[in-house]
Design a protein around this ligand. Sequence first.
Ligand code: URP
Ligand code: ZN
Ligand code: ZN
Length: 468
Amino acid sequence: MDMIIKNGTLVDDKSQYLSDILIREGRIEQIAPAISASDWPTAQVVDAAGLLVMPGGIDVHTHFNINVGIAQSVDDFFTGTRSAACGGTTCVVDHMGFGPRGCNLHHQLGVYKAHARDRAVIDYSFHGVVQHINDDILAEMQAMVREEGISSFKLYLTYGYKLDDDAVFKAVSRLAEVGALTTVHPENDAAIVNIRHTLEAEGKITPRYLGVSRPLECEAEAIARMINLAKLAGNAPLYIVHLSNGLGLDYIRLARRAGQPVWAETCPQYLLLDDSCYEQEDALKYTLSPPLRPRAEQGKLWQGLMDGSIDTLATDHCAFTYGEQKQAGRDDFKACPNGLPGVETRMPLMFSEGVAKGRISASRFVELTSTLPAKLFGLYPQKGCLAVGADADLVLFDPSCERAVHHSELNDNTDYSPFENIPVTGWPVMTICRGRIVAEQGQFTGEAGYGRFIYRQPFKAPAQPALS
Ligand code: URP
Ligand code: ZN
Ligand code: ZN
């Protein structure tokens, strides 16, 4: 159905202005100050007076349907994207989990397409996952980018399928050559293992020790190493996922000042929560890697969001139940499935903490949550902007709504939110994906299978702001 959104304040990554929007056949057809409903008699009219009309959120770091070996996450592509939609997100790029040892790159793509096809309620794509490197994998990368539209891949420097320097160097070089962006989970595995052995010898294995078991230097060292390897591999483009600390950010800033194509993502948990959570009775609710950091790191990350040295806000949504699944780690954090839910609370929390608290402008919020994710991951200008011809992916946002996060009002499939009771100013009131209302006032109104797989364009570096 055609739709006219009237009287809203449009916000894109550059400016905000009063205007109407006409949507036809799932795309933005017209943006003009006064679009007359009588000219479009069959169009549904939505009054957006007092609301911000922004490009729908794009969350480029989710883990739906993931099996982490010791547990299966509780959000699949239906419940995960339903939750995303209710939180103002219209597209996700999910990190595919590991497949069987030795499998090729297409293997997991097939598995994940099957997971999402009849389940996703908003649009989606996947990051490729590199489990090992050999000539076949290096050759296959080109087809993944050109034929399948998978123009980003993730490398892990820790966990079961960690890559060594030789594999990283080859992967990063080849990915740059075929037009893909390398994303990396940067943590120094050897340091983590050694520190854990020491903690084990001292009997310090309960969740309260999770933070100290993977200190921020483990992450920062791996970030620095990746930056240098990417530079040595012909200045290959590099994207750091879930940045949690200021030392890692310092390395990123250094590289960017020298003109290196490096980008960084952080997540709400690292901006709002800190490692004191591990001293709480319910510490298991906060088990993830990298872990929550000392409170002082939060300000450093906000500074990065404000000065342009952090580029995107994603969630790393990876949901396990607290009541059951996380309890496996009660006596030993190693047995706990790692990851936090958050796909539904990203937009309101970041608007509230960022825009309502005066740290960033509404346009910078759009840039961090939608426009830059779209540009970096080959979705722009189909998505991530308010422009004629773009997909009509929109979020109508009430900037003055005052409420608090309560898991009982969310739409994911787990049993808690790590952000419970946090007060929020601003909440999405309507989410529109390709012209269809998929959520309204926190209620899901979409349909399983409506979401489409999006073929992503090869990587093209967006301009980076000059850093002082
Ligand atoms: O603990 C986390 N973050 N789990 C999800 C997988 C990852 O490392 O991104
Ligand atoms: Zn990771
Ligand atoms: Zn992740």
